[in-house]
Structure formats: C-alpha cells, structure tokens
Design a protein around this ligand. Sequence first.
Ligand SMILES: [Zn+2]
Length: 134
Amino acid sequence: MARPQKSRKVLNPPKMKGFKPFGMPLCKAEPVIMKFEEYESLKLINYDGLQQDQAAKLMNVSRPTFTRIYNKALNLIAKSFVEGKAIEIKGGNFEFDQEWLRCKKCYKLIPGLENHSRCLDCSLYGDNELVRVG
Ligand SMILES: [Zn+2]
C-alpha cells in the first residue's frame, strides 16, 4: 500500500484561479489542472529566485520531491502553451500556514478572517462574499 503523501506547505495562494489562452475558443478544450503546490514551486523558483533546496525546505518536502513537483508544473505550462489550453489552479496535497479567503466580487485575497467576514473593498456587496481558497 502506498504511504499517504505528506502535505506540502504553500505560503501564498495564487491571485487568480487560472489562466486563459488568448485567441482560442475555450469552450471546447479541457483545462490543464495545476495543483496549488505546483504553482507554489514555480513561484519560489522562477519568481522569488530561490534555489531548489531552499524552496524544498519552505515547502517541507525533500529535494527530489520538490524537483518532481516543479518539473510537473513546467510540463503543465508547456502543455497549456503548446495545446492552447487554459490552466486551472486547484486541488493538490498541501496546507496553508493560515486560512485564506477570496472575495467573490473583486477576487482580492484576504488572509484569515481578521475580525471581519466581508471584503472591505466591496462594502456595497452583501454578506457571504468570501470563499475559502484551497
Ligand atoms: Zn471585494
């Protein structure tokens, strides 16, 4: 029996739910699914400029596991680019350091509940506008 996977630490959720290709009809193509930990690995290496061993530590995984996650993320981007498919970022085996919420209206990310249950940028919008990310 396979061991259950240890969950990977993700510090920051992505700002968006995914990406759409430009100039392609989207309705026909199944999106490429990128997991949260795959997104995080790209951010740590290619955006933050970390080395793979540093990034592995931050995500609480071994270096080989990190490399596997990171390579998967690169392959998904290549697939999306070459096949003209959207990328949807969802799911995976990860945990955040803290709870993250997203405003349904303006998509702003809000860390934790911080004493309010509404998006302060969308004061005219009703209650229940925040959804949990992840
Ligand atoms: Zn809002």
